[in-house]
Design a protein around this ligand. Structure first.
Ligand SMILES: NC(=O)c1ccc[n+]([C@@H]2O[C@H](COP(=O)([O-])OP(=O)(O)OC[C@H]3O[C@@H](n4cnc5c(N)ncnc54)[C@H](OP(=O)(O)O)[C@@H]3O)[C@@H](O)[C@H]2O)c1
Length: 336
């Protein structure tokens, strides 16, 4: 086993876009697990928009990463040394860890990935660990789409959005997605079965949305906030639901921007509800069972964009904010 450990640490809180000096990447010694702990070697590191939130000290749903601490991330790794009776060497685990080759896990932070059946480990981790349950609960619990209703989703070719649209199709909805390139629009329409796709960078969004949603919008699954949220608010039907999943258009912003069409919440008696997928932790098995079955039946297709090398983590993270990714973005350090 290697004696050195490459670790990304938070050196500076980002202001605006993520710059190269917010994190450092250096070699350190490999930590030793004490009783109740185990040591994992990193296989995959999930890159998520929330990484930018954790780097900052904005109001958020869990404590931010402290300056000089290892960068926090969702990880999948293999136990290589264990001082915990239930975590033997070779067990593949996933959970909240750090951007480091080797790291300490406990049952509170990481749990066995278990038998992933026909789903490859990388897809099980990328889809079932976080973004699948996010799409599942955010759409079904909060959006409560009914057959024949119109569902709109932003960042529709991303990890969460691409699954949201496919679940909405399974539920018999008219599904409209917004994405930032023509290739992404072609993918969600032709391969994933969305009814309509709008390139929000090249099309007039209010006009294109009105054309794609002739019966108005019943459910808007919001991944981005900002102007797209405003355009959707304008078209919401009476008693419509907005599932506030993320606000990626705002994460690098240095000023708070409110929705101009806020009055529609009153006029159309809308329900707007934010959620954090961790709120649903106890119900994960329900989502994992449903998603695995839909994936096995070919009703949900997933795309994982894998980039090799822990050293590429910071540069790759930036892709989420510029639209450089399609599907789930992931760093591969070493295959399982
Ligand atoms: N609430 C929760 O528990 C939870 C859990 C997971 C994720 N999330 C949120 O869900 C959203 C999607 O996350 P994800 O992991 O699936 O990421 P993702 O969609 O795979 O990647 C982010 C995508 O956002 C789009 N984007 C970036 N800047 C944008 C802007 N200014 N306006 C519109 N679109 C923009 C880009 O696609 P384009 O090329 O289409 O612009 C990019 O590919 C994020 O807001 C994230 O914070 C929430």
């Amino acid at each position: 086993m290697s004696k050195t450990n490459r670790v990304w640490r938070l050196r500076k809180r980002p202001v605006g876009e993520i710059s190269d000096d917010v994190l450092s990447f250096a070699e350190e010694s490999v930590p030793e697990p004490v009783a109740g702990e185990f040591l994992i070697r990193l296989n995959y590191l999930s890159l998520d928009p929330t990484n930018r939130i954790w780097m900052s000290d904005m109001d958020q749903y869990m404590p931010p990463v402290e300056l000089n601490d290892p960068m926090r991330g969702l990880v999948c790794g293999t136990v290589v040394k264990s001082s915990h009776p239930d975590y033997s060497e070779g067990t593949i685990v996933s959970g909240l860890g750090t951007w480091a080759d080797f790291q300490i896990g406990t049952p509170e932070t990481m749990s066995p990935l278990g038998d992933t059946g026909p789903v490859p480990v990388v897809d099980a981790f990328s889809t079932l660990a976080l973004v699948g349950p996010t799409a599942y609960f955010g759409l079904l619990d909060i959006g409560q789409p009914q057959t024949g209703e119109t569902v709109v989703v932003s960042a529709a070719a991303g990890a969460v959005g691409s699954i949201v649209g496919q679940i909405a199709k399974i539920k018999g909805c008219h599904v409209v997605g917004l994405a930032g390139t023509d290739d992404k629009c072609t993918w969600i329409k032709n391969d994933l079965g969305f009814d309509e796709a709008i390139n929000y960078r090249t099309q007039n969004v209010p006009e294109a949305l009105a054309a794609a949603c002739p019966r108005g919008i019943d459910v808007y699954f919001d991944n981005v906030g900002g102007d797209i949220l405003d355009a959707c608010l304008k078209l919401m039907n009476l008693k419509g639901r907005i599932s506030t999943c993320g606000l990626i258009s705002q994460y690098n912003s240095t000023e708070a921007i409110g929705p101009a069409n806020y009055a529609m919440i009153l006029m159309q008696r809308l329900r707007v509800e934010g959620f954090i997928v961790l709120d649903y932790a106890e119900r994960y098995p329900e989502a994992i069972t449903a998603l695995s079955q839909w994936m096995a039946e070919g009703k949900i297709k997933v795309r994982t964009q894998v980039i090799d090398g822990l050293d590429n983590a910071l540069e790759s993270l930036k892709m989420l904010y510029t639209g450089g990714n399609t599907g789930k973005l992931m760093i591969r350090v070493e295959d399982t």
